[in-house]
Design a protein around this ligand. Sequence first.
Ligand code: BEZ
Ligand code: FE
Length: 277
Amino acid sequence: MTRSDPAAELTREVLDRVAATPDPRLRELLAAAVRHLHAFAREVGLTPDEWLAGVRFLTAVGHMSDERRQEFILLSDTLGMSSLVETIAHPAAGVATEATVLGPFYVPDAPWRAAGDSIAILDPDGVPALVRGRVRGPGGTGLAGAVLDVWQCASNGLYDVQDPAQPRGNMRGRFRADDAGRFTFRTSRPVSYTIPSDGPVGALLRASGRHPWRAAHIHVIVSADGHLPVTTHLFDAADSYLDSDAVFGVRDSLVKEFVTQPDGSTLVEHEFVLRVA
Ligand code: BEZ
Ligand code: FE
C-alpha cells in the first residue's frame, strides 16, 4: 500500500482501533477526542518538544490536585470548558434561570438558617447586603419550600475553606422559601477575588497575558420538589471584571444591581425560575 499521507493514515488506524470500544457513548467520545487531538497536532505542526512540554504541564496540574485543591477543574474553568459544558447541559436562556460554574469552593450541608438571617458570621469589612426575591416555576407559580444553598467569599476575597481565620460555615447557608416561594437572606456585598494562581494554571494565565480575577458574585444552588435544580450566581452589575471573568462564568441575565440604601447597606432582588423535572 502506498502511504501518501502518513499522518492521516495514522489517525485512521487509531480510529479503527477505538471503533472496537463496546460502550457506544465511550466509543463516540474516544473517536471524537482522537479526531480533534490529531487535527490539533496537524494544524499547529506540533513538535516533540512542545508535546513533551504539554505532558509536563498536565503532570504538574495532576501533582497540584488533591481533595482540597482541584487544579484540573481550575484548568477546565480557565479554558472555558466548565462553562461550555454547563451551557450545553442547560440551554435555559429566556425560559429558566441560567446555570453557571459550580467552582471548587462549594461545601455540601451548609448550615440551615432562618429567613432573613445573615450568612456573614464573620466579615468585619463587608458592606451589608439584603438579597430577596422569589423562586417560581415556568408558569409563574411560586415554588413553596424551595431551597437556596448560598455561598460566597468574605470581603478579604477568601472562602472559609481557604482562610483559617474564618469559622467553618462562614458566608454559607441554606434557606427555605415560604409558601409563595419568597426568600430573604442577608450577606455582604460580594467582592471580586482572584482564583488560586500559585500553580501551573496561574503560570498559564500569566503566559497568556490573562488576569486571575473573578467578577464579584454570590453562588446559589436553587432546588424545589418536582423541578430541576440550577447551579448559578448573582453578579454585581458594578463590578469591573464582568467582561473578563477568569472562568467565563458571567451571563447577562445573572447581572444584578446592588442598590445602595440610605443606611449604606445594599439591596438586590432576583427571581429564580426552575424548569419542571
Ligand atoms: C468560584 O467562583 O468559586 C470559582 C469558580 C471557578 C474557579 C475558581 C473559583
Ligand atoms: Fe466564587
